[in-house]
Design a protein around this ligand. Structure first.
Ligand code: CAA
Length: 402
């Protein structure tokens, strides 16, 4: 009798747990739907009209970033007491997907500010750092940048050549950072640098550097293949004095800080890739119903139907991975493996889908007016930044072989 009752309780608990999980995984709450709709409306109204021109001119979406701040999209997961929106990671990936359907240049600005800067400060910063730096970043009054990559340290991130020499009450910062998103538009920079080379990656620190500090200069803007509206620059540090209180975490925490921060960043970029893919798919689907060949819409041809079916299936699979990674993070469960899987898979789907979207558009897909060629150029970076696809495979393999 006892065993029977016990078994029943266990079965019911498992059922409740699973249904709870399924509910979170597959059914968005009304709040989530409203946030997604707000992002969709913003993207249609504010991002779409000038997106081709900004891409042509490599123009930073300054006005749009201001509105993103007002909407609370630049500090989405930050506690309201630090001017954030206090939302979950699911809300964040929904917003990232909607923005990226239209303008991946704008969405990378959102991703870096949320995942790589605000998250790191909220999670590991001191109270004073949160007051001084997190508050204006979360409200969108200022933008942040995350500075890890160097001319000779991309994938091999422990090989930091930027030096932060310990001078007592300050660090003397010297070196160069490369490929920095928000490189010129940011005011607050989290810079990863080596303090004690003899300790290898345990000698690395993360420092908060402000624009305007003596010896800090921004190099020319990179002329990129895609995400051309985002400003990517190299940065130079020549004897920059960074106060000790600007170090994040204890001495030598910098590399772990970068790795932990990038884990969440990879969910954001996976959502960006998902958005690029679904944006291209939606355009291709609509076009296939309008364009006629051999006397009927091309969507009536099986050759096109099969392409659309593959695109829709792969996008759905990518969305499930992205949402699961976000959900794990929200539950406080480990998400290293799922974040890497989501980014690896979604970025490949973005590349494949955008190429097929151009194919469906034929010659029109090859010209700027139809948007899909830009989405293809934007898709490529999702296989490279915040850890290349090869790095994601390393992370996944290490996790499954633990
Ligand atoms: N969380 C916490 N700690 C972690 C970690 C994680 N996810 N991953 C690694 N670490 C720790 C390890 O435990 C280890 O610490 P201990 O020695 O104390 O145990 C330390 O970090 C070094 O780890 P590894 O020995 O695994 O280091 P590795 O040299 O083999 O490299 C790597 C690991 C995963 C390949 C890493 O170098 C990496 O992620 N490279 C890619 C860097 C990257 O993503 N760059 C993106 C730039 S930012 C960007 O693109 C932003 C933008 O502008 C959009």
């Amino acid at each position: 009798m006892f065993n029977y009752c016990y078994a029943s309780i266990v079965i019911i608990s498992i059922f409740v747990y699973i249904s709870h999980a399924i509910n979170i995984m597959f059914e968005l709450t009304e709040e989530h739907k409203m946030i997604r709709q707000a992002a969709r409306d913003f993207a249609q109204k504010e991002l779409k009209p000038g997106v081709i021109e900004r891409d042509n001119k490599q123009q930073f979406p300054e006005e749009q970033v201001k509105i993103l701040g007002e909407l609370g999209f630049l500090g989405m997961m930050v506690d309201p007491k630090y001017n954030g929106s206090g939302l979950d990671t699911i809300s964040y990936v929904l917003v990232m997907e909607e923005l990226s359907k239209i303008d991946a240049s704008a969405s990378v600005i959102v991703s870096v500010n949320n995942s790589l800067v605000c998250y790191g400060l909220q999670e590991f910063g001191t109270e004073q750092q949160k007051e001084t730096y997190l508050k204006p970043l979360a409200s969108g009054k200022k933008l942040g940048a995350f500075c890890l990559s160097e001319p000779e340290a991309g994938s091999d991130a422990t090989f930091q050549q930027t030096k932060a020499e310990d001078k007592g009450d300050y660090y003397l910062l010297n070196g160069t950072k490369n490929w920095i998103t928000n490189g010129n538009s940011a005011s607050t920079y989290i810079v990863i640098a080596q303090t004690n080379p003899e300790d290898g990656h345990h000698g690395i620190n993360a420092l908060i550097v402000e624009k305007g500090m003596e010896g800090f200069s921004v190099g020319p803007k990179e002329d990129k293949l895609g995400i051309r509206g985002s400003d990517t620059h190299s940065l130079q540090f020549n004897d920059v004095k960074v106060p000790k209180e600007n170090r994040i975490g204890k001495d030598g925490f910098g590399f772990k800080f970068a790795m932990k921060t990038l884990e969440g960043g990879r969910i954001g970029i996976a959502a960006q890739a998902l958005g690029i893919a679904s944006g291209a798919y939606e355009l291709a689907l609509a076009y296939s119903k309008e364009r006629k060949t051999f006397g009927k819409p091309i969507s009536d041809h099986q050759a096109i139907q099969f392409k659309l079916a593959d695109m829709a299936t792969e996008i759905e699979a990518a969305r499930l991975l992205v949402h699961k990674a976000a959900w794990l993070k929200d539950q406080g469960l480990p998400y290293t493996k799922l974040a890497a899987m989501a980014k690896l898979f979604a970025s490949d789907v973005a590349m494949k889908t955008t190429v097929e979207a151009i194919q469906i558009h034929g010659g029109y897909g090859y010209v700027k007016e139809y948007h899909v060629e830009r989405l293809m150029r934007d898709a490529k970076i999702t296989q490279i930044y915040e850890g290349t696809s090869e790095i994601q495979r390393i992370v996944i393999a290490r996790e499954i072989l633990k």
